[in-house]
Design a protein around this ligand. Structure first.
Ligand code: 3SL
Length: 254
């Protein structure tokens, strides 16, 4: 967040124009989601490598919306009504779909003015787990400051929901949850050890993110599949300002 926005937000709080405190919790894996109450809260789904970074990129490059779906068959059916179909499992594009899950596939004009039906191993499944939330947003480093400002301006409590990998905790989503929690820290109450841990991890590694992630399982998986460029891309901060928000089951740019 830039200095002017931070100052304005602090002024709003001091003048009593902003409700305080709202709470912030971090959920480190889908297996832990049932332990928190998401009803009426703003839930940020985080799948940094790569689903939620790809969603943000698609909207930035002119896609009208991204519909997250759990099953590949469901995504395939949406082709009949004009959707671009995108499908990934275990890091690889599924045959028969228009795209996989690489952000670079959204940059050649193909997604402009189109709706995309996207299914991925973890990220899209998590978006579909957020029934009852007041708002569902998709998180990425690419738009982290705009996302933080959106959350600061909303009165609702916040859940940062890390997709992880197949119910396991992962390093990259935890790292991002820490980075976002640090941006929100002055505006929320944090009584959550997962959030404290995530912030500590980001603080200790923010100047060496790629090095830090080299030991992570998904870094190794995506490296084996030659997706290093995607990873470098996904760790750029604030290169776009759209905030993907779920409206009637479709993520659209706010
Ligand atoms: O699991 C997911 O949702 C994907 O983002 C994984 S991958 O980066 O496309 O392998």
């Amino acid at each position: 967040m830039d200095l002017i926005t931070t100052t304005l937000n602090i002024e709003k709080y001091v003048l009593g124009l902003q409700q305080m405190p709202k709470s912030l919790e971090v959920v480190l894996s889908p297996a832990l989601l049932s332990e928190v109450d998401i009803v009426g809260k703003n839930v940020v789904v985080i799948d940094i490598l790569r689903a939620t970074s790809t969603i943000c990129t698609a909207l930035h490059h002119g896609a009208l919306g991204v519909k997250p779906v759990t099953h590949a068959e469901e995504a395939a059916l949406l082709k009949d009504i004009g959707y671009i179909t995108a499908a990934e499992r275990n890091g690889e594009k599924l045959p028969g779909f228009d795209m996989g899950n690489s952000p670079f596939e959204c940059m050649d004009g193909k997604v402009k003015d189109k709706y995309i039906a996207l299914t991925t191993t973890n990220g899209t499944k998590c978006i579909e787990m957020t029934d009852g939330a007041a708002n569902v947003l998709s998180g990425s480093f690419l738009n982290i400051s705009s996302l933080a400002n959106w959350l600061i301006d909303s009165p609702n409590d916040i859940i940062l929901f890390c997709a992880g990998w197949k119910d396991k905790v992962n390093m990259e989503d935890t790292l991002f949850a820490g980075a976002l929690a640090l941006k929100l820290k002055s505006f929320v109450e944090i009584d959550c050890d997962s959030a404290q841990m995530a912030m500590q991890i980001y603080r200790n590694n923010s100047d060496r993110i790629i090095d830090f992630l080299k030991d992570s399982s998904h870094y190794k998986r995506l490296s084996r599949l030659h997706h290093e460029e995607d990873m470098i891309y996904c760790f750029q901060e604030d290169i776009m300002d759209c905030v993907p928000v779920l409206k009637n089951g479709i993520l659209v740019a706010y």
